[in-house]
Design a protein around this ligand. Structure first.
Ligand code: SF4
Length: 888
C-alpha cells in the first residue's frame, strides 16, 4: 500500500492542504493536513467529499479529432498544424488560448510562454478574468503591483473584519471556520457583512448592511469622508507613503457627502451606516476582505480602490491584523497572475513596457515576444464571433456555461474554424464545441504548485496513476510547442524544471522592483521540489523578505501608494417595468464551478438537487408563484427554467440564481445566458451580479421525476435536472406536451423492462412505473399533471434494498411511502447525509437547542462544519415556532 501523500485541495482559493491516505479497495480518504498553514487540518464539505470524485465516470481518456478516437501524435499534429497554418495566413493575433485558474502554475507558465513568447501574441486570457481581475487592477493602481497585502492570520489578529460582497461561509468555508473560531476566542472581534443578500455568512455578523446592488463605492467614499471629519486619518502615513489623498477625498465628498445621503444611496438605515463608520474609525486592527460581490461589476476596479483608499488613509496596511484583502475564488487564480496568464500582463508581474518586453525576450531567448496586451476574455470571444480569432485552445474551463452572454459564446465557438479543448472531462457544454479534444490528467494525477489567496505557494502532488491516455497540461502544451518549431524552449523533463525557470524569471533583473520574486527557490533540486513546503512570496534569493508593505514602500515609480478618486457608477443595466428584478449570481455550498467534479459526488449533490431561483415572498406573490413552482427567469434575449425558492435572504426586487448548472445537469439553466457582456472598463471583468430580469410561473402540462440505478438516456423534455444520489441518479422532469401513451413514454425513459410494475390513470393524468430486475429496483418514474409527487427520499432508500417487499411494491403503485416511513428532506449535513426534515423532527421532538446537541443526536455538523450556519438557522426557525430558548 502506498504512503499518504500531502497535496492541496483543487477547489477554492483558500488553498487547504490535504492528506490523501490509501483506504480500502483502492480508494483514498482525503482529510485536512494539520501541518498546512492555510487550514491547519480543517476542510469543508467539498474538500471532505473529494474521494467521491476520483472515479473514471465521465473522464476523457484518449484524444479525439472530430469525435473520432485519435493517437496523441495525430491529435498534437492536428493542433500544431492548425495553429501554425492560421498564424501563417492571418498573423499571430488570429489565435488565442483561454485558460483557467484550475491549471497548475507550471501548466500556466508553459501556456503563457508559448503564446506570448513564441507565437508572439498576448491573446491568452484566463477564467480568472471572471473572478478577480478587478482586484488585480485595483491593487496595481494603488500599489503599483498585483500584491495582496494579507495573510490569513490577519483575520485572527483583527478586531474588526468587514466582509464586502463575500459569502465566506459557502465560498471560502475554511476561512469562515477560522473567523468563527477567532470570534469565539476574542469577544472584541466584530464582523460586519456588506452584501445585498443575507447569506449564511450573516450568521457570524454583528452588523449586516444589506445594501443596494452596486452601491459599495458610495459606502466606502462616505467612510473616507467620515474618517476625515472625525480626524481618524493617519496623516503621517498619508504624507510619507501615499499620493492622491486630496483628489480621492474631493471625489468622496462630492459623491457621499453625509451619512443620510450615503444611507439613501445605498438603501440602508442611517444608524447602520454610522455604526460601521464608528467601528471602522476606532479600530486600528481592521481587515476589509472582499470577493466577487466587489469584483464582478462594471465598476469593480473602483470598488476595490474605494476599499483600498480607506486603508491607506488610516495607515492600516502592512501591519498584522490590517489590510484590504482580496479573497480569490479559484485554487490557482494567483498562480495565473504570477506567470502572466492574464492578457494584459506579460510574465512574472511584468507588463508590456519596452524594457519588460526586452527583458523577457532575452530571458526566453525569443525574438518575437508579444509587445502589447492581448484580448481579455469577453473581447476574446467577441473576436472569435467576428472570426478575427480563427483558432482557439480552451484549457480546463467551461466558458459556454460561465461566460456572460453564454449562448453567444457557444455560437461563436460552433462557427470557429478550429476549437481545441483540453480537459479531464468528456462531456461539457464546451467540449461539445471542440474539433480536437485532448485528455488532461486530473487532480490527484498531476503534480505542480498552486498559490492561494494569501500568496502561499503549495505543492499539489499526484497520488493516482494517470487515467487512460491522459497527460499533464504542461506536457500537452510543450508537445504542441515542439511541433510548432519551438522545441528547444520547451524541452522540460517535468514540473520541477518549469518551476525553476518560473522562479528564475521572477528574480531576473528584479532587484526589488517587482513584488513577485521567488528567487530563493530558483535552484531547487528535483528532490527539494518534491518536498517543497508551503511558503509565501516574496521570497527573494538575497534576504528574507519582510512582511509586504511593512516598510510603507510600494511598487510604484516613487514607491508611494496611490489613493484613487472613485466616482460612483450604477450597474450597466438597471431594472425596468418589463424586467423589474436585479439578478444576482453566485455559488452554493456544495458545488464547484460547472459541476464537472462535484456533480459526480452523491454527498455534494443532495444539498441542492436542482437549479433554483430565490425570490422574496413579496415578489413571489407579485408574480403569482408559490413554493415548488418552476419559474422562468428571462431577459429579452434568453430564458431559463429553474425551481423557485422563497426566502428572505434576498430583498424584494432581487433574484438569485446559482452559476453551476450547464446543459449536462439541466436542460435549460445556464444563468450566464441572461447576463449581458458588460465589463469594467479597466479590469475587463464582466458584471455577473446585476442583470435586469423578469420571473414568471412556468406551467408545464405535467411534472415528474425518475430515479435509476444507472444514468438514463431521457427523451427530450422541457425541464430536466439531473443529480447523483448514493447508488442512483435522480431526474426532475416536466413537459409541455402530454405523450400519447404514458406506458410507451415510460418505455423510452426506463429502457428495456425486465419486469415492470405500473399504474396508469389517464383521466387523472397520473402514471407510476418501476423496473424491477430480479428482486431489486432498477428504475422508477412518477408523473402527474399537478406538481405534488411522492417523496424522492423514500424511493431512493429502495435502491439500497436487496429486494423489494410486497409493501414496497404496493407503495410504489399507490405513490405513497409505507406507513411509518420518515421523510428526510434535502441534505443539510452532507458529511453524514442528514436532511432538513430529519433535523427539524429531532430539534422539535428531542427539544434540541444547540448545534452541539444536534451533533450529539445526529452527528450533523461534527465533521467539516460547513452546515453549522444552516443548523443554527433551523434551530432559530424551530425556536421561533415553539418559543424554545436557544443556547447562544
Ligand atoms: S475551503 Fe474547502 S473548497 Fe476551499 S480549499 Fe479548503 S477544503 Fe477546498
Amino acid at each position: 500500500m502506498t504512503a499518504a501523500v500531502r497535496t492541496t485541495c483543487p477547489y477554492c482559493g483558500v488553498g487547504c492542504g490535504l492528506v490523501a491516505a490509501p483506504a480500502a479497495n483502492g480508494t483514498y480518504e482525503l482529510r485536512g493536513d494539520p501541518a498546512h498553514p492555510a487550514n491547519l487540518g480543517r476542510v469543508c464539505s467539498k474538500g471532505a467529499a473529494l474521494g467521491e470524485t476520483l472515479g473514471l465516470d465521465g473522464r476523457l481518456l484518449h484524444p479525439l479529432i472530430r469525435g473520432a478516437r485519435a493517437s496523441w501524435s495525430e491529435a498534437l499534429d492536428a493542433v500544431a498544424a492548425g495553429f501554425t497554418r492560421t498564424i501563417a495566413a492571418h498573423g499571430p493575433d488570429s489565435v488565442a488560448f483561454y485558460v483557467s485558474g484550475q491549471l497548475l502554475t507550471e501548466d500556466y507558465y508553459v501556456a503563457n510562454k508559448l503564446m506570448k513568447g513564441f507565437i508572439g501574441s498576448a491573446n491568452i486570457d484566463t477564467n480568472s478574468r471572471l473572478c478577480m481581475a478587478s482586484a488585480v487592477a485595483g491593487y496595481k493602481r494603488a500599489f503599483g503591483a498585483d500584491a495582496v497585502p494579507n495573510d490569513y492570520t490577519d483575520l485572527e489578529q483583527a478586531e474588526l473584519i468587514v466582509l464586502v460582497g463575500s459569502n465566506l461561509a459557502w465560498c471560502h468555508p475554511v476561512l469562515f471556520q477560522r473567523v468563527t473560531a477567532a470570534k469565539a476566542a476574542n469577544p472584541k472581534l466584530k464582523v460586519v457583512l456588506v452584501d445585498p443578500r443575507r447569506t449564511q455568512t450573516a450568521d457570524i455578523a454583528d452588523l449586516h448592511l444589506q445594501l443596494r446592488v452596486g452601491s459599495d463605492v458610495v459606502l466606502f467614499n462616505g467612510l473616507l469622508n467620515y474618517l476625515r471629519r472625525e480626524d481618524a486619518l493617519d496623516l503621517e502615513f498619508l504624507d510619507a507613503h501615499t499620493e492622491g489623498f486630496g483628489a480621492a477625498l474631493r471625489c468622496a465628498k462630492e459623491s457621499a457627502a453625509s451619512i443620510p445621503s450615503v444611507a439613501s444611496s445605498c438603501g440602508l438605515a442611517e444608524d447602520d451606516v454610522l455604526e460601521l463608520y464608528r467601528w471602522f474609525a476606532r479600530t486600528p486592527k481592521t481587515v476589509t476582505a472582499f470577493s466577487q460581490g466587489v469584483n464582478q461589476s462594471t465598476s469593480g476596479t473602483d470598488k476595490v480602490n474605494a476599499i483600498v483608499n480607506v486603508h491607506l488613509a488610516t495607515g492600516r496596511i502592512g501591519k498584522p491584523g490590517t489590510g484590504p484583502f482580496s479573497l480569490t475564488g479559484q485554487p490557482n487564480a494567483m498562480g495565473g497572475r504570477e506567470v502572466g496568464g492574464l492578457a494584459n500582463q506579460l510574465a512574472a508581474h511584468m507588463d508590456f513596457s519596452p524594457e519588460n518586453v526586452d527583458r523577457v525576450a532575452r530571458f526566453w531567448g525569443s525574438p518575437r515576444v508579444a509587445a502589447r496586451p492581448g484580448l481579455k476574455a469577453v473581447d476574446m470571444f467577441e473576436a472569435v464571433e467576428r472570426s478575427a480569432i480563427k483558432a482557439i485552445w480552451i484549457m480546463s474551463t467551461n466558458p459556454v456555461v460561465s461566460m456572460p452572454d453564454a449562448e453567444r459564446v457557444r455560437r461563436a465557438l460552433n462557427a470557429c474554424e478550429l476549437v481545441v479543448v483540453s480537459d479531464c472531462v468528456r462531456d461539457t457544454d464546451t467540449t461539445r464545441c471542440a474539433h480536437v479534444l485532448l485528455p488532461a490528467a486530473a487532480w490527484g494525477e498531476k503534480s505542480g504548485t498552486v498559490t492561494n489567496s494569501e500568496r502561499r505557494i503549495s505543492r499539489q502532488r499526484g497520488f493516482l496513476p494517470q487515467a487512460g491516455e491522459s497527460e499533464p497540461d504542461w506536457w500537452i502544451v510543450a508537445q504542441v510547442a515542439k511541433r510548432m518549431g519551438f522545441g528547444a524552449a520547451f524541452d522540460y523533463d517535468g514540473p520541477a524544471a518549469i518551476f525553476r525557470e518560473h522562479a528564475r524569471l521572477s528574480a531576473f533583473e528584479n532587484g526589488g522592483a517587482r513584488a513577485f520574486d521567488i528567487g530563493a527557490v530558483a535552484s531547487v533540486s528535483d528532490a527539494a521540489y518534491e518536498d517543497l513546503q508551503p511558503f509565501q512570496w516574496p521570497r527573494p534569493a538575497e534576504a528574507a523578505a519582510p512582511r509586504l508593505f511593512a516598510d510603507g514602500r510600494f511598487f510604484t515609480a516613487n514607491r508611494k501608494a496611490q489613493l484613487v478618486p472613485t466616482p460612483p457608477r450604477a450597474p450597466a443595466l438597471t431594472p425596468s417595468a418589463d424586467y423589474p428584478l436585479v439578478l444576482n449570481t453566485g455559488r452554493v455550498r456544495d458545488h464547484w464551478h460547472t459541476m464537472t467534479r462535484t456533480g459526480q459526488s452523491p454527498r455534494l449533490s443532495g444539498h441542492h438537487a436542482e437549479p433554483f431561483v430565490q425570490l422574496h415572498a413579496l415578489d413571489a406573490a407579485r408574480f403569482g408563484l408559490t413554493i415548488g413552482d418552476l419559474a422562468e427567469v428571462a431577459t429579452a434575449a434568453a430564458r431559463i427554467v429553474v425551481r423557485l425558492e422563497i426566502t428572505d435572504a434576498v430583498t424584494p426586487g432581487q433574484a438569485f440564481v446559482p452559476m453551476h448548472w450547464g446543459s449536462v445537469f439541466a436542460s435549460n439553466a445556464r444563468v450566464c445566458t441572461l447576463i449581458p457582456a458588460a465589463v469594467d472598463a479597466i479590469s475587463g471583468q464582466p458584471e455577473l451580479k446585476a442583470a435586469p430580469v423578469r420571473v414568471r410561473r412556468y406551467e408545464p402540462k405535467w411534472y415528474g421525476f425518475a430515479l435509476a440505478r444507472a444514468p438514463l438516456e431521457l427523451p427530450a423534455t422541457s425541464y430536466r435536472a439531473a443529480s447523483r444520489g448514493a447508488g442512483y441518479w435522480r431526474y426532475e422532469l416536466a413537459g409541455d406536451e402530454l405523450p400519447a401513451s404514458w406506458p410507451e413514454w415510460a418505455d423510452a425513459v426506463l429502457g428495456p423492462k425486465p419486469k415492470r410494475i405500473e399504474f396508469s390513470d389517464v383521466a387523472g393524468g397520473r402514471y407510476r412505473g418501476a423496473n424491477v430486475d430480479g428482486e431489486r429496483l432498477q428504475a422508477c418514474v412518477f408523473v402527474a399533471t399537478a406538481k405534488s409527487l411522492p417523496s424522492r427520499n423514500w424511493l431512493a432508500t429502495l435502491f439500497a434494498a436487496q429486494r423489494l417487499s410486497d409493501a414496497d411494491r404496493l407503495a410504489i403503485l399507490a405513490g405513497r411511502a409505507p406507513k411509518g416511513s420518515l421523510e428526510t428532506g434535502p441534505v443539510v449535513c452532507s458529511c453524514f447525509a442528514v436532511g432538513r426534515s430529519t433535523l427539524l423532527r429531532a430539534i422539535r421532538g428531542e427539544r434540541l437547542v444547540s448545534v452541539e446537541q444536534i451533533g450529539n443526536a445526529l452527528n450533523a455538523g461534527t465533521n467539516c462544519g460547513s452546515c453549522i450556519p444552516e443548523l443554527k438557522g433551523l434551530l432559530a426557525e424551530s425556536a421561533a415556532a415553539s418559543e424554545l430558548r436557544l443556547v447562544p
